[in-house]
Design a protein around this ligand. Structure first.
Ligand code: TYD
Length: 206
């Protein structure tokens, strides 16, 4: 049974670690899935990712940024997500449309509806079946990143604390607006519990 599941949250929420552990559980149960991420996931989309996240691109305009995310998203849908869903697989995707809504729409101030508009062209209306929102205080998330030497610091990590607060607030608003597909996970808990909560939400939709 195909299911499009997106993992969302602020920096250092642990969503990517949770995603890998969830993939291991699906593997053990013999449930067909793919694991992918945005921006990126295919060579063209990864090239766009490199432009967006390059620490030298401080002059990038916020609408340019929004369009690049949408372009990378489209390419990733065409090459990877849609084919996998057609084959009846579960797609576990690290970030998707809601990251654009929270980062570009909310924190950057472009507005949720403008970003939805740009993305409706890019996605042709493909929304996730389930969005797991890993909710954490930005201070705690950023402290985790600082403690994790393996995780490279990118251009968006370097934003001011107000930006990260705006991201979180917008995700919380989106969770209220898109109740049917959103599940909020308390990401301040230990990783194992976070994974149990997320897996339970997935199993209830299978
Ligand atoms: P990444 O290293 O993948 O971060 P993380 O591990 O936090 O997922 O970098 C992706 C960055 O891009 C992250 O800061 C969130 C941001 N982003 C947007 O601003 N808009 C988007 O549409 C997407 C997909 C990501």
């Amino acid at each position: 049974m195909s299911l499009f599941i997106t993992f969302e949250g602020g920096e250092g929420s642990g969503k990517s670690s949770a995603l890998r552990l969830i993939a291991e559980r699906l593997e053990k149960e013999g449930i067909p899935y793919i694991l992918t991420r945005e921006p990126g996931g295919t060579p063209i989309a990864e090239s766009i990712r490199n432009v967006i996240l390059d620490r030298n691109n401080v002059a990038m305009d916020s609408r340019t940024e929004a369009l690049l995310y949408a372009a990378s998203r489209r390419q990733h849908l065409v090459e990877k997500v849609w084919p996998a869903l057609k084959e009846g697989k579960i797609v576990l995707c690290d970030r998707y449309l809601d990251s654009s809504l929270a980062y570009q729409g909310g924190a950057r101030g472009l507005g949720i509806d403008k970003i939805l508009e740009v993305n409706s062209f890019a996605t042709e209306g493909t929304f996730p079946d389930l969005t797991l929102f890993f909710d954490i205080e930005p201070e705690l998330g950023l402290a985790r990143i600082a403690a994790n030497a393996n995780r490279e610091v990118n251009r968006l990590d370097l934003e001011k604390m107000d930006f990260h607060r705006g991201v979180r607030k917008t995700f919380q608003e989106l969770a209220a607006r898109f109740k049917d597909r959103y599940v909020t996970i308390d990401a301040s808990k230990p990783l194992e519990e976070v994974v149990d909560d997320a897996y339970a939400a997935i199993k209830s939709r299978l």
